[in-house]
Design a binder for this molecule. Structure first.
Ligand code: NIG
Ligand code: FE
Length: 407
């Protein structure tokens, strides 16, 4: 399939800004990107889609409307599949109770584990698909989705089957991750870690149910040594690795991630200069999760200092029913501008190109020749308008592989 897209007032690639741009797409990938006036002769005869052409705008020059375009957003850390909600816990925490105390008392993650066990695969699929649709409407074209609310082997496999069905049916690109979240009640820690390494990881790898394994390495979850064991097993089965690192306590998980060549270390609320140096050296992405930091009232990760230390910083929503019931990648970027002190151009890179690296993908999250043609058309001639308007996200259309998938 061949297409040329025109009517673009402003385009972020995201590292470069172009005006009056055009895009040529063939078989789902960009084959040409540049100024509309420079569109080579060979593309001029291709079927043309004038992105701004469908309606007249008040500022339309010469009656023609031009819109902004940015790469499809990549949300590289979500827990999209779960049953129930934790509104009650949210209200408790708003009155001052701590996330850690609620978890230690058998609530928190454990309460979502119970609600997820009570839901059928069909229900979990419907709930997650509805959430994914909300993300699509905001321009999220790639989503990582973690298991981790099953804990027991059969329940983890059930979550991963739901994620596989999402991958097969949704318009977005879905990246499944097996998450070691907490030790289930009634299990000995050692036995659980052993089961996870010797049974669950090999089974998941054999069935191709996950691309990566993630561990919640923290106070109340897994220790650094247990994390090393689990990630070692994942690597030996050809899976990529990721870590929930330094959220509640500083554990050293970030340095372990760097040492193992992990795709990313995520959270980083308690991370330090030496952690950032390790990430910068290894190329492991440092993913900040503004929802969890702000909602749990933790220190906001110092995205500015990480970026300046040479870390590839990514931003993700960490959408989950407990620490981050956040549905807006734009709000995640806005918070990182205000509290993490990155510029608008930097947060866009962090939620597109760098986030794609956290999934091990160099061909997503950017508009350049050879990359997948995933992009977002903003309903404004300024591509960064959704970063300026808090709580109002003007999205005109979303494309995945050159195909319009929203509205
Ligand atoms: O990324 N930190 C651990 N896991 C999730 C929270 C899960 C939950 O509270 O249900 C997170 O924040
Ligand atoms: Fe998480």
């Amino acid at each position: 399939m061949k297409q040329v897209f025109t009517g673009i007032a402003e385009l972020y690639t995201p590292r470069e800004r172009l005006e009056r741009a055009a895009l040529a797409v063939q078989d789902g990938r960009f084959v040409w990107v540049g100024a509309e006036a420079d569109l080579p002769e060979e593309y001029r005869g291709w079927p043309q889609i004038d992105l701004g052409g469908r309606s007249e705008g008040p500022s339309a020059p010469g009656g023609r409307r031009y819109l902004g375009v940015v790469p499809g957003l990549v949300d590289a850390h979500t827990h999209l599949v779960y049953g129930g909600n934790r509104l009650g816990e949210y209200l408790q925490r708003a009155r001052g109770e701590s996330y850690e105390a609620i978890l230690a008392a058998g609530g928190g993650i454990y309460s979502t584990v119970r609600a997820t066990a009570a839901a059928s695969e069909e229900e979990l699929y419907e709930l997650a698909a509805a959430r994914a649709a909300l993300f699509l409407a905001q321009g999220v074209t790639s989503l990582e989705v973690k298991s981790g609310y099953g804990l027991l082997p059969e329940a983890e496999l059930k979550m991963l089957r739901v994620i596989r069905r999402l991958k097969e049916t949704l318009p977005q690109r879905i990246f499944p991750t097996l998450l070691a979240h907490v030790v289930p009640k009634g299990w000995e820690r050692e036995k659980y870690v052993e089961m996870f390494c010797r049974e669950l990881i090999p089974e998941v790898a054999r069935r191709g149910l996950a691309e990566a394994v993630d561990v919640f390495c923290d106070q109340g979850a897994f220790t650094l040594e247990e994390t090393r064991q689990i990630l070692g097993a994942a690597l030996s089965h050809g899976l990529k690795v990721k870590v929930h690192a330094e959220q509640i306590a500083h554990t050293g998980a970030t340095r372990l991630a760097a040492e193992l060549g992990a795709l990313s270390a995520d959270h980083l609320e308690q991370s330090t200069q030496s952690d950032w140096q390790a990430l910068a050296k290894s190329g492991t992405v440092g993913t900040v999760l503004p929802g969890a930091a702000v909602i749990l009232r933790k220190p906001f990760p110092d995205a500015r200092a990480m970026w300046d230390a040479g870390v590839r910083v990514a931003i993700a929503t960490d959408h989950n029913p407990g620490s981050s019931p956040l549905y807006s990648p734009w709000l995640a970027m806005q918070l990182t501008m205000s509290l993490g002190r990155l510029s608008a151009e930097e947060v866009l890179i962090a939620h597109t190109e760098n986030a794609a690296l956290a999934l091990g993908r160099k061909d997503l999250g950017k508009i350049e020749v050879g990359a997948r043609a995933d992009f977002v058309v903003v309903d404004s001639s300024s591509a960064l308008m959704p970063l300026y308007q808090w709580g109002h996200t003007p999205i005109h259309a979303v494309y995945v592989g050159g195909r319009q998938v929203f509205p």
